[in-house]
Design a protein around this ligand. Structure first.
Ligand code: E4P
Length: 219
């Protein structure tokens, strides 16, 4: 399973890119609003930092297929690595179908059932994004959706759509996604940080340093 970072903050993206752990980036209207900067400018900056798919979502105010197609083309013109993120709606499926036929990659977002994922795949989406955390929030095990989508895509030899496990909130989610067969997990910077640490790692570093210094000093 690969890692994408789920943020529109370029400092966080730069930091994760320097560690060599991320293969792409996802953003959404809420993440962009948090940064308060021009969307096109931010997406271009991100695409210049990370050499991989960068999902930019059509604006939350566009609901019809024509509008999403128009916006999708504009987003795709920013950089060759831009993937157009489109919500799972009837109009969204129409937009996915048209954009993919034009060679513009799409990521169908706000997926909460295996059937929604299958519909998006049949419309031609390059990626589907099932949201684990938001399902957990309403007492529905989110990971089961990822498992089911993985199984369904696995038996359908003609589906190439990749699964991006989204709304990943903690390190346990990440391990579960890898075991469930997600191709990618898109992870907030805070969660990547949590994944790095273990108290025994920290304690081990301190102990090694102390033992070494007792004999060799600071040499
Ligand atoms: C990813 O594509 C989504 O933008 C994101 O993972 C949503 O996460 P949240 O449910 O924590 O807001």
């Amino acid at each position: 399973m690969k890692f994408f970072i789920d943020t529109a903050n370029v400092e966080e993206i730069r930091e994760a890119a320097e560690m060599g752990i991320i293969s792409g980036v996802t953003t959404n209207p809420s993440l962009i609003a948090k940064e308060g900067r021009d969307y096109a400018v931010v997406l271009k900056e991100i695409a210049e930092i990370v050499d991989g798919p960068v999902s930019g979502e059509v604006s939350a105010t566009t609901e019809d297929a024509d509008g999403m197609i128009r916006e999708g083309r504009e987003l795709a013109s920013i950089h060759p690595n831009i993937v157009v993120k489109i919500p799972m709606t009837r109009e969204g499926l129409k937009a996915i179908h048209v954009l993919e036929a034009e060679g513009i990659r799409t990521n169908c977002t706000l997926i909460f059932t295996p059937n929604q994922a299958l519909l998006a795949a049949r419309a031609g989406a390059s990626y589907v994004s099932p949201f684990l955390g938001r399902l957990d929030d309403i007492s529905t095990p989110g990971i089961e959706i990822v498992q089911d989508i993985s199984e369904i895509f696995g038996v359908a030899a003609d589906i190439d759509t990749k699964i991006i496990a989204a709304s990943v909130r903690n390190p346990i989610h990440v391990t579960q996604c890898a075991l469930a067969g997600a191709d990618i997990a898109t992870i907030p910077y805070k969660t990547l940080e949590m994944m790095l640490h273990h108290p025994l790692t920290d304690a081990g570093i301190v102990k090694f340093r102390e033992d070494y210094r007792k004999v060799f000093g600071d040499k």
